[in-house]
Design a protein around this ligand. Structure first.
Ligand code: SF4
Length: 478
């Protein structure tokens, strides 16, 4: 009988780096983990800011504890590094600084890899079910011998949960990250697993995140999960919040491709925190896998019309793309304007192939979001045609992807808003339309201050952007 993958669940109620280090050292010893060669720690720092995004990321104390344990347990280490690409086009430098990572990285004399500043290289995918033959990743990832995956335990509006497997979305820079970040998101996550295995995983579930992934509500769970197989970790993680692992689609696809188990009976669970006790504690853990036409339509001045979608496997909804971006962008606004849905002017958000006339209120403007959206009908008495420009996965060449540069995207979206300010509707292009673009569009159509330009965020993010551009340029030559 093949040996079962082991997952450890260890109690830890506080962010004490010394305690975390002790737990992770013992975990590594029990699991027989001895990092070697070029060792990289990959946390989840999708975004970080003490006022707006305090619970979105793997905490610096967790990183510190893991760096300490890794140094203690390593054999023949050639390089110790921390690497990540933040989300929503924000420079990773900005998020690392806000997460207080640089101090910790310096203390352990580790190297930092900001993936958005690096050269991106292709990796050939061999799995017969992969949706692509090649996938681009930062050079440092392609050279890593030993990847230590440090996810944050969070709910997620696109995929229901983000744990070990989903954390791989952060190994791609934006030019490649947003490719297939649509109805193929779950398949993309499975594809990424082939690039590099996680040889050790420690999940920061000391304070988990409920509902959203950028602006989650804190949920004290008081546990550190550890293991050596991402599917096993994600399977146990699902059970911890009373969720059937088969409903975590990227886990199901990844397990079907042979990367690990999805059946709890195929996993040995150890540690001092019984799964049953966690299930009882977490029975009120909240997710946010809700369609936007249900989620927003009763709550204020934003209403959504959702059509049908291009891909056979999910005709009725696009879980991996524009609708989830809209949800995240509204929740970003809520951090500064809790009553945003009442404050904005009336917006009708239209996504997918929509048949029949839109029944609009007098002062309601329309955002046709995403390349797959199409509409033929009357708006304000005039006939309007919006054609789909959607391309399926096989029609997109990953070697010719467009830049999703933060400043460039800001200019494009602001210009779109400005030039069409007198029109009844706007068309937002992209597949997906990113969270940052949604923030611009909501501000333009809803006539509220733009969160992308919040003084506390803008100054430092633009400074980080300039540094990122300079380093990216220099890294072409070295
Ligand atoms: S345009 Fe948006 S909604 Fe349409 S398939 Fe792409 S990501 Fe999904």
């Amino acid at each position: 009988m093949p040996k079962k993958h082991k997952v450890l669940l260890i109690r830890c109620a506080s962010y004490d780096p010394g305690k975390i280090s002790g737990i992770i050292k013992e975990g590594m010893q029990e699991l027989g983990v001895k990092p070697y060669g070029r060792v990289m720690l990959k946390p989840n720092v999708v975004i970080a800011h003490k006022d707006y995004f305090p619970h979105a990321y793997t905490r610096s104390e967790f990183l510190e504890g893991t760096l300490d344990a890794t140094k203690h347990q390593s054999e023949n280490i050639k390089e110790l590094s921390v690497g990540e690409r933040s989300g929503i086009t924000i420079p990773t430098r900005f998020s690392f600084k806000n997460a207080r990572y640089p101090q910790v990285i310096k203390k352990y004399k580790a190297k930092t890899y900001y993936f958005d500043e690096e050269r991106q290289v292709p990796v050939k995918l061999m799995n017969e079910h992969a949706i692509r033959n090649n996938i681009f990743v930062p050079e440092s990832i392609s050279k890593t011998d030993f990847l230590i995956n440090l996810p944050k335990f969070k709910a997620h509006p696109w995929t229901r949960m983000t744990l070990s497997l989903k954390n791989y979305i952060g190994i791609q820079d934006d030019r490649h990250r947003l490719v297939d970040h649509n109805q193929f998101l779950e398949h993309k996550i499975a594809d990424l697993q082939e690039v590099i295995p996680s040889k050790f995983i420690a999940v920061d579930a000391i304070i988990a995140g409920e509902k959203m992934m950028l602006t989650p509500d804190p949920f004290p769970m008081g546990v550190i999960m550890m293991g050596t197989n991402s599917c096993a970790i994600d399977t146990v993680g699902c059970h911890m919040v009373n969720m059937d692992p088969n409903t975590l689609i990227h886990l199901k696809i990844t397990a079907q491709r042979g990367y690990g188990p999805i059946d709890i009976n195929d996993i040995e669970i150890g540690g001092d925190f019984p799964l049953e006790e966690l299930q009882e504690n977490n029975k009120n853990f909240r997710f946010c896998l809700e369609r936007i036409d249900n989620y927003f339509n009763v709550k204020g001045n934003l209403t959504c019309t959702v059509g049908t979608f291009p891909e056979q496997h999910s005709r009725d909804y696009c879980w991996g793309g524009c609708p989830g971006s809209l949800q995240e962008s509204i929740h970003i606004y809520k951090t500064a304007h809790p009553d945003v849905l009442k404050k904005i002017k009336k917006i009708r958000y239209v996504v997918g192939q929509v048949e029949g006339d839109l029944d609009l209120q007098e002062d309601e403007r329309v955002l046709f979001a995403g390349n797959c959206t199409s509409y033929k009908g009357k708006l304000n008495g005039s006939f309007v045609t919006i054609n789909s420009t959607y391309k399926t996965s096989s029609e997109i060449n990953v070697r010719k992807t467009k830049s999703n540069d933060m400043v460039k995207r800001t200019f494009i979206t602001m210009k779109n808003v400005l030039f069409n300010r007198k029109k009844r509707y706007l068309r937002a292009k992209g597949c997906p339309v990113s969270v940052a673009d949604h923030v611009h569009y909501i501000s333009g159509l809803g006539d509220i201050p733009n969160m992308n330009f919040e003084p506390k965020l803008m100054l430092l993010s633009n400074l980080a952007y300039l540094q990122m551009r300079i380093m990216r340029f220099l890294n072409r030559f070295f």
